[in-house]
Design a protein around this ligand. Structure first.
Ligand code: ZN
Length: 453
């Protein structure tokens, strides 16, 4: 058997990855596949030296900012095992050159999955997008390009989770035709980008390279989580007139499950979560973990395919995103105060997301992972909406409560509130704010405006 050492790098720019389409070399196991740039180590090279040289040779660029993201053990199935040192780079200079290994093309991240790429690559694209801490991913192929198994940090990845990352290929295309650009000639249409879009930032760490939006998930606004709505005059009036349906028992309000987190009620800085893993690295507060597992299992038992795409999110992550943007505005000449104000229009203020409390999960249908309103159209999501209260969850941001929650309709964001509250909230068609008797907002809440940068 043969052992090889290599580097693999994805250069990022404007929401795109630089991809190499290997159309040139004959007898290349990557022939006609799209991969990152990189290559084999030369004598005495460190991973970084190999990276710099390969990127320069293949693209003409000199990297100025890169990160070592993980090691991929690639078992080809036909006698070769390759240890790929995986990097991403968001800074580079120089002029691009023609690559003699294939055709280089900047591909929007959301289109990557439609390319002819190795099945296992979809797993690490997801890990990259989710800002996973340095990881070790083992991918075993059958020699004919088929992925046999995958293991993350030494643990086999459960089949359904592999499917979550790779199996969504079939079918998704027919359900999501509007994204089927000409680039997407491969039959596979996994929404890696959608995975990316939906990816939880549960890994924490300091994000880099992903343009953050209000919810800190990156990408264009409106596509991700928790986009605050702008309140029209009529909505403000409606809010002012809204009847407080129920005054709550204040002792209940201090229950963890009933903590209110929204743009007007920030999570206390000292708030502590007791997190438990549910599946595939996703964590939720231990008070909700068992119920969540059960809900997913029962949902699957009915023939559905739910997938958690976002769960606990570190506050520090949100703070980093926020502070980075404040600094960006200050570089552009804003005073700190103005910079904070501008930033708050686009990035969720730390403490304002339920994900930070470890009580919320975003769940999507495996074969339709986009966070948009169409999410409500599949049977999986409908099952969840219908049954979530049996497991102590509520659909947190209903369509008709935007003016009260301050958040646009999200048919994927479920919040744990415990059985009693869930039953009442869902059966009466009210939202958490109404249940708690805490209807806020003074009309100062402004619309998003991220177009200026
Ligand atoms: Zn969410």
């Amino acid at each position: 058997m043969e052992v090889q050492l290599s580097t693999l790098c994805y250069l990022e720019r404007d929401g795109k990855y630089l991809m190499l389409h290997r159309v040139v070399k004959k007898n290349d196991i990557n022939k006609d596949k799209w991969i990152g740039v990189g290559g084999h180590f030369e004598k005495d090279e460190s991973p970084e030296e190999c990276l710099m040289r390969e990127v320069r040779e293949e693209t003409g660029y000199t990297l100025t900012s890169y990160r070592f993201r993980g090691i991929v053990t690639f078992v080809s199935g036909d006698g070769v095992t390759e240890y790929m040192h995986l990097f991403t780079a968001d800074g580079f200079e120089g002029e691009p050159i023609e690559c003699d290994e294939g055709v280089l093309e900047w591909v929007p991240k959301e289109d990557i999955s439609g390319l002819n790429i190795w099945e296992g690559d979809k797993i690490f694209f997801r890990l990259l997008t989710e800002e996973a801490p340095f990881f070790s991913l083992k991918l075993v192929y059958d020699g004919a390009g088929g992925l046999v198994s995958a293991a993350l940090n030494g643990s086999p990845m459960p089949l359904d989770q592999q499917a979550a990352a790779i199996g969504a290929a079939d079918g998704a295309g027919t359900e999501h035709p509007k994204k089927a650009g000409t680039l997407l000639k491969a039959a596979a249409f996994v929404a890696v980008a959608a995975i990316a879009a939906a990816a939880a930032l549960f890994w924490g760490g300091t994000g880099a390279g992903i343009p953050e939006n209000r919810d800190g998930n990156g990408g264009p606004k409106g596509f991700f989580n928790e986009v605050p709505v702008s309140l029209s005059r009529a909505q403000k009036d409606a809010r002012a007139a809204a009847e407080v349906i129920r005054s709550i028992d204040t002792s209940k309000y201090t229950d963890k499950e009933l903590i209110l987190v929204n743009p007007w009620h920030l999570l206390p800085e000292a708030y502590e979560t007791d997190l438990e893993y549910v599946e595939y690295g996703h964590r939720i507060d231990e008070c909700a973990a068992e119920d969540l597992r059960e809900m997913l299992a029962d949902c699957r038992a009915e023939g559905n395919a739910p997938m958690i795409c976002s769960s606990f999110r570190e506050r520090t992550k949100q703070e980093t995103l926020f502070e980075n943007d404040v600094r960006r505005f200050m570089y552009r000449g804003y005073s700190e105060e103005d910079a904070r104000e501008e930033t708050a229009k686009n990035v969720a203020v730390p403490g304002s997301s339920e994900h930070e409390a470890g009580l919320a999960v975003d769940i999507v249908y495996l074969r339709y992972q986009s966070l948009d309103e169409s999410q409500e159209n599949n049977a999986t999501q409908q099952w969840l909406m219908e049954h979530c209260q049996d497991y102590g969850f509520i659909l947190r941001y209903p369509r008709d409560k935007q003016d009260i929650t301050g958040i646009t309709y999200e048919p994927w964001h479920y919040r744990y509130v415990g059985y009693e509250a869930a039953e009442e909230i869902m059966s009466r068609g009210i939202c958490l704010e109404e249940y708690l008797g805490q209807i806020d907002g003074d009309g100062s809440f402004e619309a998003l405006d991220s177009d200026e940068w």
